[in-house]
Design a protein around this ligand. Structure first.
Ligand code: NAP
Length: 254
C-alpha cells in the first residue's frame, strides 16, 4: 500500500530543536525528510522516532552554495512536500574583528540565506499542497548583540523576512516565525558562548516546539514560546536601545 501521509522537511534535524520537531511532527502523522550534516548525530534523532524507517535522511552543508543548490534540487523532487521547517542554524561568539570571517559568513548563510533560498524554491509545491512553513528565528533577532553580532543580524533578517512573507502568502500557506530565547540544546557549545545570567530564562525544547505547532494550528504568526521567553521579550521591548546594548555587551563580554 502506498504511503499517502504528507511530508515535512526539517533542516537541522540532527540536533536539539530539529530532533524535537521530528518527534512531535511524527506524532502528528507526518512523514519526514530529515536534514543534517552529521550522520552519527542523525542516528540519535532516528532513535527517538517511533518508525525511523518511514522517514528519509538528507545531508548537506547549507553554508556552501553548491551543496545547498544540490540539496534544493533533491527536495524539489518530492511533490507531496506539505511542510518546511527552516531550523538549521548556529552562532559564533566573540568580537567581530577577532573571529575569522568564514564561520561568521557561515552564520549568515545558514541562518538567513538558506531559509530564503529553500523557501523560494519550495513555495510552488507548498502552495499547491496548501501546506506550512516554520522559520526558527530567535529573540536574538530583537536586540543587537555585541560579541554575537552576525548571529543577531542573521536572526533579525530572518524574522523581518519571515513576517513580511507570511502576510504575502497567508491565504495559501501558513507561516510561523518562531522566536525562542535560550534553551539547553547543542547551540551554546557550538557557538562557544560561556554560561551566563541569561540561563535563568532557559526553556525546554519540548515546550518551545509544542507552542510553535499550536501557533501553526491557529493559522500561523509570530511565536515567542512560554512564559520565560515572553518575559524576556517584554524586557527587550521596554529597555531603551542604548541601555540594552550596554547590558548585552556586559553579558556577552569576551
Ligand atoms: N538553543 C537556543 O538557545 C536557541 C535559541 C533561539 C533560537 N535557536 C535556533 O534554533 C535552531 C536550532 O538550533 P539548536 O538550538 O537546536 O542547536 P543545535 O542542537 O546545535 O542544532 C543545530 C542544527 O543545525 C544544523 N546545522 C548547523 N549548521 C549547519 C550548516 N552549515 N548546514 C547544515 N546544517 C547545519 C546542525 O547539523 P549537524 O549537527 O548535523 O551539523 C544541527 O542539526 C537554530 O536556528 C538556532 O539559531 C536556538
Amino acid at each position: 500500500m502506498t504511503d499517502t501521509r504528507p511530508r515535512v522537511l526539517i533542516t537541522g534535524a540532527s540536533g536539539g530543536f530539529g530532533c524535537e520537531f521530528a518527534r512531535q511532527l511524527e506524532q502528528r502523522g507526518y512523514r519526514l525528510l530529515l536534514h543534517g550534516r552529521d550522520k552519527p548525530r542523525m542516528q540519535m534523532t532516528l532513535h527517538v522516532l517511533k518508525s525511523p524507517h518511514d522517514h528519509d535522511c538528507l545531508y548537506a552543508d547549507l553554508s556552501v552554495d553548491s551543496a545547498r543548490e544540490e540539496f534544493i534540487e533533491t527536495v524539489k523532487q518530492y511533490p507531496d512536500l506539505y511542510g518546511l521547517v527552516n531550523n538549521a542554524g548556529f552562532g559564533v561568539w566573540g568580537a567581530f574583528e577577532r573571529r575569522e570571517i568564514n564561520p561568521q559568513m557561515g552564520v549568515l548563510l545558514t541562518n538567513l540565506v538558506a531559509p530564503v533560498d529553500l523557501t523560494h524554491a519550495l513555495l510552488p509545491t507548498l502552495r499547491r499542497n496548501r501546506g506550512f512553513i516554520i522559520n526558527v528565528s530567535s529573540l536574538a533577532g530583537e536586540t543587537p548583540l555585541p560579541n554575537m553580532s552576525t548571529y543577531a543580524a542573521a536572526k533579525a533578517g530572518l524574522t523581518y523576512w519571515s513576517e513580511a512573507m507570511r502576510v504575502e502568502i497567508e491565504r495559501e500557506v501558513r507561516v510561523v516565525t518562531l522566536a525562542p530565547g535560550p534553551s539547553p540544546t547543542g547551540f551554546r557549545d557550538v557557538s562557544g558562548m560561556p554560561e551566563g545570567p541569561g540561563s535563568s530564562f532557559r526553556s525546554r525544547a519540548r515546550l518551545i516546539i509544542e507552542e510553535s505547532l499550536k501557533k501553526l494550528d491557529r493559522g500561523g504568526g509570530y511565536c515567542v514560546p512560554g512564559k520565560r521567553h515572553k518575559l524576556l521579550y517584554l524586557l527587550q521591548k521596554i529597555t531603551p536601545r542604548r541601555l540594552s546594548l550596554r547590558l548585552m555587551a556586559h553579558y556577552f563580554r569576551h
